[in-house]
Unconditional design. Sequence first.
Length: 540
Amino acid sequence: MEAGKDFIHKIIEEDIQNGSKVVTRFPPEPNGFLHIGHAKSICLNFGLAEEYHSVCHLRFDDTDPTKEDVRYENAIQEDVRWLGFDWQGKLFRASDYFNQFYEFAVQLIKNEKAYVCGLSEEEIRKYRGTVTTDGEISPFFKKHTVEENLDLFKRMKDGEFPDGTYVLRARIDMKSPNMKMRDPLLYRIRHAHHYRTKDQWCIYPMYDFAHPLSDAIEGITHSICTLEFENNRELYDWFLDNIEADFPSRPHQYEFARLDLQSTVMSKRKLLELVENGSVDGWDDPRLPTIAGLRRRGVRAEAIRQFCKLIGVSKANSTVEMGQFEFCLRDDLNTEAPRVMAVLRPLKVIIDNFSSDETEILNAPYWPHDIPKTGSRDLLFTKELYIEQDDFMENPPKDFFRLGPGREVRLRYGYCITCTSVEKDSLGNITAIHCTYDPETKSGNNPVGRKVKGTIHWVSSNCLDATVNLFQPLFLESGELNPNSLEVLRDAKVEISLQESKQGDRFQFERQGYFFAEAPLTFNQIVSLKSSWRPPQAKS
């Protein structure tokens, strides 16, 4: 066994040495779109199956017809495939086993380990007690005989009672320190249309009942889940111990820390609220941490997989810095996104000593020297061009190394220019700046004795108009929605080489960040270039 492996790998490798096989599963509920937190579980469960030459099942726990939809199921399948994983035909649903679940419940009733209870939800909570006080057995446990419980449960299944009239509960231990063990609910009445079984059932198993039994039926060996299900393990084991069935294997549950990513929302319920109240543009809004949203933003699957590998697997909950995720995005895109220039908030520059009839072709590489890729494009140097508004100040401070009156900067891949004057409108807003260029400074040449500190990006007047979507965190530190989470720039200018760009292309806009072509000449910001986070150095 390799040193440095996480605890789950160590458990599996020990099990393999003892003759056990490995079958994992990813069991989402089809009640919403998956987010980056689910990606960690996907990468772990499917990754283990790949590593140990086994299979990971994809199973939908579709036990609540009031919240689930085939649309979510299809989206989840798309996300898993996009991340690069394959369930090898092992696609299942909890609804596949509804008949078996019902028979298991009947078996528990016959063995006096389950009973039909008519307490209301409020009464059930009251009888359950608290973490410091014991619970009380429901009066319905002694009220009915086994035969009466069997009859009531069948009548529940046959649709005789309205929602909320009865539930089926396990009879375990109302004094258990684990609240999950205090006679948990197994079935409830739901007169609701199920997207797969239609109207065949009007009672549905609870998630905690269906989940471990689905694992057992499918022969799952390692049920790997997040820490919030740690208290459920005792209950899951109780079901497996008290139901007589010829299961192909006995699943064992192991818990790991879920992904809690800084400055975002990691709850399907809260994400659903944002979608339903119109705060965002659907589940695939690029501001959301959903896998669909990240894909639409332009994030590559490879970056998400690398991020999940970087943060690793542990038993202790912690919050991951957003900077770690952004580092993985930049690291991935660095060798995938060619460099181009784009001016997001353009300011016109007029080169007074360059003829309006003249156009000069400058050559610029797509890749920096440290990336072993080739290719270049032509830039057109013209009398009029555009620079970023932030790259000019009329009254700049001493440490401002960009353009200002009487100041000189270098145009990336081009000439040095010096500002001579500005044009303003009637309100005093700068509308254009006038400059001269030095023909002796082409493509990095510096005359002896000249030192130019600043280099800025630019585009020629022979450029393309583009729409650029900039993103900020969806929530402010106060927890309120950020009104500036999306900024749409409709007057951006991009270099002429992007005329050949197509939907799905990714670029680094020099000095700006990485961007994704959601549509021709419509670009989503993937991530900025600035980062304060760096991976820890390995100990020597």
